[in-house]
Design a protein around this ligand. Sequence first.
Ligand SMILES: [Cu+2]
Length: 186
Amino acid sequence: MPRADKETSHDLYSFPPLPRRRRLVAAAVAGFNAPSALARDYKLGGLSIAHPWARASAGPARNGAAFLAIENAGGADRLIAISGEVCERAELHTHMMEGEVMKMRRVQSVEVPAKGSAALQPGGFHIMLVGLKHPLQEGERFPLTLTFETAGEITVEFAVEGVGSMGPQGGTGHDTMDHGTMTPAN
Ligand SMILES: [Cu+2]
């Protein structure tokens, strides 16, 4: 079991050994531009927001995770806030290794470099949907409003994909990173 501390014990879960992790990351990168029937892309200034999606809830889970990819044709920007009716609050999280344990940590923003890209994807940055008002069902869609420091606000629709989904490329069925077993923060 991972070491638990008071601040982040709700964020703890096991992570697969490194070789598998590398493969997942490689697959995610390869899939970055993959088309998807569910995807809808959005533009805001120089930003293109591709494939907003979330994982279906596992049972009555109260938290969920949502993902998207951002490409930036303009100057540096930062994703600084998320809001929506689907949950009590949405937070930006990342994953960090602490020893051999992967943990989630809240972050204040996600950098979107000039002429660069940022990916919110399983195993990395993600939007944590805290206190879901109902379990997310595969095939459902819900809106979230993204706030960028420079580009401003845009509301995008997230498509709910399967519980084990890893993203646009269809995924590997890896489910130990599911947020569904987490309990809400207090
Ligand atoms: Cu999280």
